[in-house]
Design a protein around this ligand. Sequence first.
Ligand code: LMR
Length: 414
Amino acid sequence: VFSHVVQAPEDPILGVTVAYNKDPNPIKLNLGVGAYRTEEGKPLVLNVVRRAEQMLVNDQSRVKEYLPIIGLSDFNKSSAKLIFGADSTAIQENRVTTVQCLSGTGSLRVGAEFLARHYHEHTIYIPQPTWGNHPKIFNLAGLSVKPYRYYNPQTRGLDFQGLLEDLGAAPSGAIVLLHACAHNPTGVDPTLDQWEQIRQLMRSKGLLPFFDSAYQGFASGSLDADAQSVRMFVADGGECLAAQSYAKNMGLYGERVGALSIVCKTADVASRVESQLKMVIRPMYSNPPIHGASIVAVILKDRDLYNEWTVELKAMADRIISMRKQLFDALQAKGMAYKLLFTLVIHVCTPGDWSHIIKQIGMFTFTGLNTEQVAFMTREYHIYMTSDGRISMAGLNSRKVPHLADAIHAAVAS
Ligand code: LMR
């Protein structure tokens, strides 16, 4: 009965790891999936996470009972404070409902399912480009997905005019997906001034913001700074949705810990919205897993652990920033050598301006390399990355920078 089933393609991001794992060459380097690695190229479990886990193990009163449908209460409260701010009026007025979900993807999906059932407008505008899973999540929930201009390949920066035009032309009430910070895959974020203009436009047209916050603390190293876009929209008293992930900022990738918050106009509405979120979640997976959310709740509630977390988070963000600098310097040096060589022989200009590597922020650099150049780097240099030219800076380390610079240089020159 299943003989008609055709082979599905590998996932454009997670499939890169599958290909990487099959490569026997020891020089191989995986810059595909956004997963943090140490300078030694190893996955990192934060010390603060180990400490929290130890506290959980030592606490004999802890049991493995089912969580409520909406998850761990302490986790939900602390997550809302983390993203909206401890002094958020919306939280004080009980206008926010927060439910624990399965990381960022699960939070987006639960939010999308809720909107498909209870929101009058079924079109969601997503930035062009965006994380490859976004259109699939929203389509499968029954929303209709449309792009809005975001990235300008010429400037390798924000197409702000295009963004304003496209959102300005969107039907009133449409949903708009916004990356809270560290846009994936481009690493290009609006400035605060631009965020304010986006907010004004969206509110004037009644567009509904749906934030994806997967990198809070990773963009700048500051949890507050990276939540400013979201907080601007909440401060104006209007509605919004926010999906949070603890995969990157606490390194809890495989624990699948995240939260969906819906900010409503009144406490009464928030309570009814929460009751309907339970109707979405129960037939999907009944209730979320307990372990990862308990780790987060312990860390967010204990001042010492929280402070330790911010230090470790900043160290990860700083290491990524330092990788940007090192790669930029290595490519600059190669460009200079290349230019010198060719100006002596024939008149050829430098093979590229790589300043976007240090201007872009967050986990990823959108290199501008095309599909053929990426394939060349994988084939000849065993460097794995997504075919759109995105590289995970978090997967790089100082020892591998020269190898990557060689590969990029050869790919551009080929
Ligand atoms: C990524 O973009 O690499 C991460 O968000 C991981 C994923 O699930 O795609």
